[in-house]
Design a protein around this ligand. Structure first.
Ligand code: AMP
Ligand code: GLY
Length: 425
C-alpha cells in the first residue's frame, strides 16, 4: 500500500525509516520531508495546511493511510478533512487534539476525571492572576494557553520572575496564545515521557523515554524542543507504567469518548514522577522529537501494522514488542539555537558516522545543495546509537558525533546522565 507521512523533522525521518521496513509498504511519500527522508521515501512538495491539496494528492496516488507527524496539522484539522474524504489517517481529530492544543482544556479534563496533575487556576484577567500568584508564592509555574512552540512555560523560582511572566504573557509576548494563562503548582520529581498508541477506544502502552529540554549541560539554560533522549526510561518501572495506564491514560480515553471526541493516535504524556506517584504535566498528540528517534529503532513489530490497526479502531490487546537494547540520541544544533540559529554552514563526515556499528543519523534542519549538506534550521541532525545498555549507547553516539565535522554546530555532552548514573548503581 501507499503511505503519506506529513512532516519534515528528525521525528519524521525516524518514522520514515520504520515505515520503510514494513512488508505492507509499496510507496512511501513524505510531505515535505528533508534530505534524510529522501533516502528512504519520496519527498513531495505539499502544504499540510492546504487540506484540499492533501486530499487530491491522496486520491491521485492511491494513499491507503496518512500518518501525521507534527502537532500543527492535527490542531489545524487535517485528520477531520481526510476523514470527511474517507481517507484513513493516523492522528487525532481537531476536537481530540485539544489535549495538546489547549492546556486549559486538559487541566479541566484532569479535574473532572480525577487524573493526577498539578493544582491550577485559569486566568483571562491579569490582575486576578497576579493576586493569585502573590497568595501562592514561589516556586510556581506560569503557562500561556495554546501552542507556543515550547516557549510558553515559565518555571519561576521567585515571585518576581512569576510576575514578569504573567505581565509578558498578557502583553502578548507569547503570540496569540497569551490571552489566557494557566498558573499551577510546582511539581518536584524526575520527568519522563510516556507514549501510548490509541484507537479511539483502546490504548496500549508503547514505550518510555527521557528528553533533555534545556540547552546546556547539567540541564541549564533556556528550554528547547529537546536536545537528546534515551529509551527505555527505567525510572518508569512496570508498577509506575501500570499506574500511568490506569490513573492517567485510560481515564483520558474514557473522557474523550464521553466528550464525543474519541482519541486516535499517539498519546504522549509528559510525566512528573513525584513522591505521591506519577502526575501529568502535559499531553502531546504525536510522537516526541527526539523521543521517536530512540523509541522507533527499538520497535520489534511492524510500525505500519500498528498505525493501521489504530486508525481502523482495531488495536490488538497485546502491546507492541521492543528490543531490550538501550537507545540514545544526541541532537546536533546550529550555533545560536534556541535563539536565532546560524544557518548555511557545511556539515561533513555524516557518512563516516553512519558507518559506525549501531549508529543511525536522522536529519531535521538540513538542506542538500549540490551534494553539500548544509544547516537549515535550529535542530539539524540527530545521532542515535543502539547498544546493550544506555551507557554503551551513549559512548557510541558521542563517538559518532565526533566523526562529524561541523564547526557551525554544537550539542550537549551529557545526554542520558540520569540513566547512566542509575546503571552504575
Ligand atoms: P510543558 O510545555 O507543559 O511540558 O512544560 C515545559 C517544562 O516545564 C516541562 O518539561 C517541565 O520541565 C516544566 N514544568 C511544566 N509544568 C511544571 C510543573 N507543574 N512543575 C514543575 N515543572 C513543570
Ligand atoms: N521532545 C519534546 C516534544 O516532542 O514535545
Amino acid at each position: 500500500m501507499n503511505i503519506l507521512l506529513i512532516g519534515s523533522g528528525g521525528r519524521e525521518h525516524a518514522m520514515a525509516n520504520a515505515l520503510a521496513k514494513s512488508h505492507l509498504l509499496t510507496r512511501l511519500y513524505v510531505a515535505p520531508g528533508n534530505p534524510g527522508t529522501e533516502r528512504v521515501a519520496e519527498n513531495v512538495d505539499l502544504d499540510a495546511g492546504d487540506h484540499g491539496a492533501v486530499v487530491r494528492f491522496c486520491r491521485e496516488m492511491g494513499i491507503a493511510l496518512v500518518v501525521v507527524g507534527p502537532e500543527q496539522p492535527l490542531i489545524g484539522g487535517l485528520v477531520d478533512a481526510l476523514e470527511r474524504a474517507q481517507i484513513l489517517a493516523f492522528g487525532p481529530t481537531q476536537a481530540a487534539a485539544q489535549l495538546e492544543g489547549s492546556k486549559g482544556f486538559t487541566k479541566d479534563l484532569c479535574r473532572d476525571y480525577g487524573i493526577p496533575t498539578a493544582a491550577y487556576e485559569r486566568f483571562c484577567d491579569k490582575d486576578k492572576a497576579l493576586a493569585w500568584l502573590r497568595e501562592k508564592g514561589a516556586p510556581i509555574v506560569v503557562k500561556a494557553d495554546g501552542l507556543a512552540a515550547g516557549k510558553g512555560v515559565v518555571v519561576a523560582a521567585t515571585l518576581e520572575e512569576a510576575e514578569r511572566a504573567v505581565e509578558a504573557m498578557f502583553a502578548g509576548l507569547f503570540g496569540g496564545s497569551g490571552a489566557e494563562v494557566v498558573i499551577e503548582e510546582f511539581l518536584e520529581g524526575e520527568e519522563a515521557s510516556f507514549f501510548a498508541i490509541c484507537d479511539g477506544t483502546r490504548a496500549v502502552p508503547f514505550a518510555t523515554a527521557q528528553d533533555h529540554k534545556r540547552v546546556g549541560d547539567g540541564d541549564t539554560g533556556p528550554n528547547t524542543g529537546g536536545m537528546g533522549a534515551y529509551s527505555p526510561a527505567s525510572v518508569v518501572t512496570p508498577q509506575i507504567e501500570a499506574r500511568v495506564m490506569a490513573e492517567i491514560i485510560e481515564p483520558t480515553m474514557r473522557a474523550m469518548r464521553e466528550k464525543g471526541a474519541p482519541f486516535k493516535g499517539v498519546l504522549y504524556a509528559g510525566l512528573m514522577l513525584t513522591a505521591d506517584g506519577p502526575k501529568l504535566i502535559e499531553y502531546n498528540n504525536r510522537f516526541g522529537d527526539p523521543e521517536a528517534q530512540v523509541i522507533l529503532p527499538r520497535l520489534a513489530d511492524d510500525l505500519l501494522e500498528i498505525l493501521l490497526a489504530a486508525s481502523r479502531g482495531a488495536l490488538p490487546e497485546a502491546p507492541p514488542r521492543f528490543s531490550n537494547d538501550g537507545a540514545l540520541t544526541v541532537v546536533l544544533c546550529a550555533k545560536g539555537y534556541p535563539g536565532t540559529p546560524m544557518t548555511g554552514s557545511e556539515i561533513r563526515g555524516v557518512a563516516g558516522a553512519e558507518a559506525m556499528a549501531g549508529v543511525i543519523v536522522t536529519h531535521a534542519g538540513t538542506r542538500d545543495e549540490g551534494g553539500r549538506l548544509l544547516a537549515a534550521g535550529g535542530r539539524v541532525l540527530n545521532v542515535t546509537a543502539l547498544a546493550g545498555s544506555v551507557a554503551e549507547a551513549q559512548a557510541r553516539a558521542y563517538a559518532a558525533v565526533d566523526a562529524i565535522d561541523w564547526t557551525g554546530g554544537f550539542c550537549r555532552r551529557d545526554i542520558g546522565w540520569r540513566e547512566i548514573a542509575r546503571e552504575r548503581r
